[in-house]
Design a binder for this molecule. Structure first.
Ligand SMILES: [Zn+2]
Length: 620
């Protein structure tokens, strides 16, 4: 969903520790095949040896991935310590296989003959090396330390108790993360807002020692396979260097800045009036209804469509989402999707606990696709259900013989999310909602309010955070090895520079505010994925609206259009077999840029410039 909510599940991530594994048999099988195969003895042409190796690798990686996904699925739909143990064990088994020394050596040796290999073979071998780089078996002690350190960091993060009022070590008034968010959304008392914002940052110092450890360990692991840093390793998924990625981010930030400044100006005036205080230069961090000011909800009224979904059954929402794809020419979902997915909230009275975060799964890298949701009758779930099925149809599109299992993924990490996000926009287009009888035929939507809300909650406010603060700070952390005694000051420099936001009290190095963001600990050095998905979705939507549907991007009805379906299929069927830039230029005729997003928001830009014309908008 919008912003930094979940991504599709990928095979290169699992690396949690375990004590034992039931998969030993599979390893023994693999290593006996590997040692007995032509590839280790140097016989046959490089292409022939690569074919033999890839055949074994692909079938084993599919099998291990399948076992891991089955146990992760069980652990997500029925949260118990036993299921969690099995998930950790199978994840570890896959990680050990991916990073195995023999795999790395064979792959490197074959890649040294890459001129004699077919391009698709080289692509697979590179993907194998990238998969191995997360847990290389050539430095087992360091990999083990990293895995254990990450596991400790996750436990600290998950078990932390936020506390509104302490008495020594004792917490007199505990508060949940949701409680913090609710208070930031509702409270107009600035003292109370400041207090709860500070409470939300108390977890930082608690996580800093672990992050200091991980800065070193993650870099050591990445350097083993020749990456300059852990940041460089993560960026390699895009086939780009660190400098190329940072240039792309900088370019986006620069082009979007005029719009962001107008939005910032409008917001600080609205909030100053709400709190009854003078308009500041920068926005104080505790004024915004998000702990990191990453999106700015609760500022626009009259954009809620929930009343139109209230009398629909949750089952209808899922059926309509599937019908949306089928109408564009996609196949119906396999029967197993409905049998095996877990789509609705746990019935009242049931003891079972499930993960409430929406996700889409490609269990066996073949036809076993599933979704985990808790669909209810409202706009958010209508959009989420369309979004998650976007991932499912992406999986189904690249599951074909021409795409080997190791390349069954999005063109890069951000691409998968971008497709889901694209369908999120498409699902709320007015003509579609009227077509399927959700909106009355004569309903009118206030376009400016709609755009303003979208800019604040999902897009424009989000980019300086995702492409700016998070990406630049993590680049500093890993690539530039920023010393821990400069972490917090660098963080707030970036927040001021990119977001025009400032802390309301002194934030010295005794705090560690970046560590309060889950992704810094658990999903490191890949936050630009979300910025990428945001920019990509507008470019694709612009292309579909103007070039295929010949309409403006506010009234683009994908429903029932086979040409739109064919366009999406072409884009998705490639999986990772093509370079994403080539693929995008070929399908949309242009490189990725913020052109489409800026054009989309032009009516809002005009509105804001008029609204702000007598205001002092500078923040420097
Ligand atoms: Zn998604």
């Amino acid at each position: 969903m919008a912003g930094d909510q979940g991504k599709e599940r990928r095979m290169i991530r699992p690396n949690k520790p375990n004590k034992s594994t039931s998969l030993t048999v599979i390893f023994i099988l693999f290593f006996s095949i590997l040692s007995g195969s032509a590839c280790s003895t140097g016989e046959g042409s490089p292409q022939k040896r690569a074919n033999d190796f890839l055949e074994v690798y692909n079938s084993l990686v599919s099998a291990l991935f399948n076992v891991m996904e089955e146990s992760s699925w069980d652990a997500s739909v029925d949260v118990t310590p036993e299921h969690d143990g099995a998930r950790v064990a199978s994840g570890r088994a896959l990680a050990v296989f991916l990073g195995d020394r023999a795999v790395i050596e064979t792959t490197r040796e074959l890649l040294s003959r890459s001129k004699e290999l077919e391009p698709l073979t080289v692509r697979q071998l590179r993907a194998i090396l990238l998969n191995a780089a997360g847990s290389p078996g050539t430095i087992p002690e360091i990999v083990k330390d990293k895995i254990e350190s990450e596991s400790r960091q996750s436990s600290k993060l998950d078990s932390y108790q936020f506390c509104f009022e302490h008495s020594g070590d004792e917490c007199l008034d505990p508060i949940t993360a949701n409680g913090i968010d609710d208070m930031l959304l509702d409270s107009t008392n600035l003292d109370q807002r400041l207090r709860v914002w500070e409470v939300s940052k108390e977890i930082g110092p608690h996580l800093k020692p672990g992050l200091v450890e991980l800065q070193t360990l993650r870099n050591k692991v990445a350097r083993e396979l020749g990456y300059s840093s852990f940041f460089d390793l993560q960026v390699a998924d895009y086939g780009m260097s660190v400098d190329e990625m940072m240039d792309m981010m900088e370019n986006w930030l620069e082009t979007i800045q005029p719009l962001y400044k107008e939005l910032h100006c409008w917001t600080k005036h609205v909030l100053a009036e709400r709190y009854g205080v003078p308009v500041p230069k920068m926005i104080p961090a505790h004024w915004i209804a998000n702990r990191w000011s990453q999106n700015w909800p609760g500022l626009v009224e009259g954009v809620d469509l929930d009343q139109y979904f209230a009398d629909r059954e949750p089952e209808w929402i899922v059926e309509q989402s599937e019908a949306f794809y089928v109408s564009m020419g996609f196949s119906p979902l396999p029967a197993s999707f409905r049998e095996k997915s877990d789509l609705y909230p746990v019935p009242e009275g049931s003891e079972r606990m499930k993960n409430t975060h929406a996700s889409a799964w490609h269990i066996n890298l073949e036809d076993d696709v599933r979704s985990l949701m808790s669909v209810q009758s409202n706009t958010r779930w209508f959009q989420t259900s369309h979004h998650e099925l976007g991932h499912i149809y992406y999986y189904m599109s690249y599951t074909r013989p021409e795409v080997p299992p190791v390349l069954r993924g999005g063109a890069n990490r951000g691409f998968h999310e971008g497709i889901g996000e694209l369908i999120s926009i498409a699902s709320l287009q007015v003509p579609y909602l009227k077509d399927i009888g959700v909106l009355p035929a004569d309903a009118e939507v206030d376009q400016i309010k709609w755009l303003l809300n979208e800019a604040l909650e999902q897009t424009v406010a989000f980019l300086p955070w995702s492409a700016g603060v998070m990406t630049f700070w993590e680049r500093d952390l890993y690539e530039n090895e920023l010393p821990p005694d400069q972490w917090n000051s660098r963080w707030w420099d970036h927040v001021a520079h990119f977001q025009g936001v400032e802390p309301s009290s002194e934030r010295g190095e005794e705090y560690c505010d970046p560590a309060t963001k889950t992704h810094i600990n658990d999903d490191p050095a890949q936050y630009y994925d979300y910025a990428f998905a945001t920019v990509l979705k507008y470019q694709l939507h612009d292309h579909i609206s103007k070039k295929i549907l010949k309409t403006d991007p506010y009234n683009a009805n994908y429903y029932g259009n086979k040409e739109v379906g064919a366009f999406l299929k072409d884009l998705m069927a490639a999986g990772q077999t093509r370079d994403w830039r080539e693929l995008l230029t070929e399908t949309t005729g242009e490189d990725l840029s913020t052109r489409a997003i800026m054009e989309y928001y032009q009516p809002l830009m005009d509105y804001l410039q008029e609204a702000n014309k007598d205001c002092d908008c500078s923040w420097e």
